[in-house]
Design a protein around this ligand. Structure first.
Ligand code: NAP
Ligand code: MG
Length: 472
């Protein structure tokens, strides 16, 4: 079904012809070949989908936690059964190495669905507070808008939580990666989700996305994407008093304090910065190193970076695929030029294309980066690491906190207590202490311009409820 998709949208539990005839071509960024087409949904399609979500809302709102859990874990089962197809699709749409698609792009959403299935059973939907019972009611119809970089995970984090809360959904996936969203829609139906609870309309941001944000019958917008678009969505939602959740960009710091295991911190740090071609909102794109360990760290980082040779995503040895599209490739190369022009030292990498065909960028490391440089302030979204030097921990903290963003980060020190004490002063939503592992049940989201609200875990479900207090 997903292969050879054409001008259709997924509404009310099945496929429907889109209202218009405008199409979006889906391109494989490694081969530059068109691999399919999907509908470029219009405002009329969004209307149809929102009507279906509205009609399905009362029944789904009154479903039991057991029903929701069964469908969330059933969807994980269907996805697991289609994992090979889903991984291949993500690699084809996004260019992520196939092993990464299997392990992370498909593997993580499976864990997230399982976590919501478990958490919904324990969720405090009714709580006694004195003479009141406080009910957590679903917000209603949610408009979900997602980016291409983790095309399944980012959908599952919001749609799974919205379903757990009892909301219905209209999803507008990124135009670069719509096919996996349609596969997920089929999986929900196969798992027994009632028609209309999740609807998918592919389309362009300024058309379908904007229509969804502006739709009077949408109660909440949950958006993941760039800070620029997030600002405009937040403003529009404010104007119509819709609830809004925004997961936006980042420029996260990996702070290596004196006494830390520099070898490990650099190796893990480079891997984090280059994960998914550097197209990761939480990537540690700035490495902060004390002057006493600086030269050692730069040499280690360059050696680690050179192991990320760009290559065919289907080759099991490949760790770095292409950028998602030519625009993204050009943007990343522009930042490499900017880094050189501003006087940062290019330790490894290049503006030149490492491979002729496909949207590839060479893994790049800059040293002697100053905190004010564009490559230290702006989100690049590619395999470009900036290494900055500090001379005391106050300076490290000032640099770490010295951007508009605050999404993630890492701190390495001789002890986890020391790292945690430093992390407490960081204005950022997630910090890994001495390489602590990503936890899909911990809230994820940003301080400052990295967003409003949290996804994942119990906190992620809470994003989609509103409270009704009944007094007795
Ligand atoms: P983007 O341009 O903001 O697009 C995100 C989504 O919004 C896409 O579906 C896009 O549609 C849609 N959109 C664009 N303009 C819109 C408008 N005017 N109204 C409504 N919807 C609109 O971001 P991107 O370049 O695709 O993704 C990369 C960005 O996402 C990075 O900044 C990254 O940091 C951020 N991100 C954040 C998180 C997080 O959790 N904090 C996670 C992942 C990514 P089209 O696809 O048609 O453009
Ligand atoms: Mg885009």
């Amino acid at each position: 079904m997903i292969e050879g998709m054409d001008n259709r949208i997924y509404v009310d539990g099945g496929w429907q012809q889109a209202a218009g005839s405008d199409l979006i071509e889906v391109v494989n960024p490694a081969t530059e070949a068109v691999i399919g087409t999907v509908a470029a949904g219009s405002a009329a399609d969004i209307d149809t989908a929102v009507a279906a979500a509205r009609a399905a809302a009362p029944q789904w709102a009154s479903s039991s936690p057991e029903d929701r859990a069964r469908i969330l874990s059933g969807t994980a089962d269907v996805l697991k059964a289609r994992a090979d197809e889903a991984s291949a699709l993500i690699t084809a749409e996004l260019g992520a190495p196939l092993s990464l698609s299997q392990r992370l792009h498909v593997g993580l959403p499976l864990s997230v669905l399982a976590s919501y299935a478990e958490l919904v059973m324990a969720y405090p939907f009714a709580e006694e507070v004195g003479n009141s019972v406080v009910w957590a009611r679903p917000v209603g119809v949610v408009g979900a808008i997602t980016p291409w970089n983790y095309p399944l995970h980012q959908i599952v984090t919001k749609v799974g939580a919205a379903l757990a809360a009892g909301c219905t959904v209209v999803l507008k996936p990124a135009e670069d990666t719509p096919l996996i969203a349609y596969l997920l829609a089929e999986a929900f139906t196969e798992a027994g989700l009632p028609p209309g609870v999740v609807n998918v309309v592919s389309g362009r941001g300024p058309v379908a996305g904007q229509a969804l944000v502006g739709h009077p019958d949408v109660d909440m917008v949950s958006f993941t994407g760039s800070t620029a678009v997030g600002r405009s969505i937040g403003a529009a939602a404010g104007g119509s008093l819709k609830r809004v959740a925004l997961e936006l960009g980042g420029k996260s710091a990996n702070v290596i304090l004196p006494g830390a295991d520099v070898t490990k911190a650099v190796k893990v740090g480079v891997g984090n910065a280059y994960l998914n071609g550097g197209q990761t909102c939480s990537a540690w794109t700035r490495m902060l190193v004390h002057e006493s360990a600086y030269d050692e760290a730069v040499a280690l980082a360059a050696a680690a970076a050179e192991k990320y040779a760009p290559g065919d995503p289907l080759d099991p040895a490949t760790r770095l695929g292409p950028m998602v599209n030519s625009k993204q490739r050009d943007r990343v190369r522009g930042y490499i030029e900017a880094g050189m022009a501003e006087g940062a030292r290019l330790v490894t990498g290049s503006v030149d294309a490492p491979i002729d065909r496909g949207y590839y960028v060479a893994p790049t490391v800059f040293a002697d980066v100053q905190p004010g440089m564009r490559i230290a302030q702006e989100e690049i979204f590619g395999p470009v690491l900036s290494i900055l030097r500090y001379s005391d921990t106050d300076e490290a903290l000032a640099i770490a906190n010295g951007t508009d963003y605050g999404l993630a980060g890492g701190v390495w020190a001789a002890t986890s207590e020391e790292a945690s004490t430093f992390a407490a002063k960081m204005t950022t939503g997630q910090v890994d202490i001495n390489g602590g592992a990503f936890n899909p049940r911990a809230p994820f989201g940003g301080f400052k311009s990295s967003g409003i609200g949290r996804e994942l875990g119990r906190h992620g479900i809470t994003e989609f409820v509103q409270y009704q207090s009944q007094q007795f």
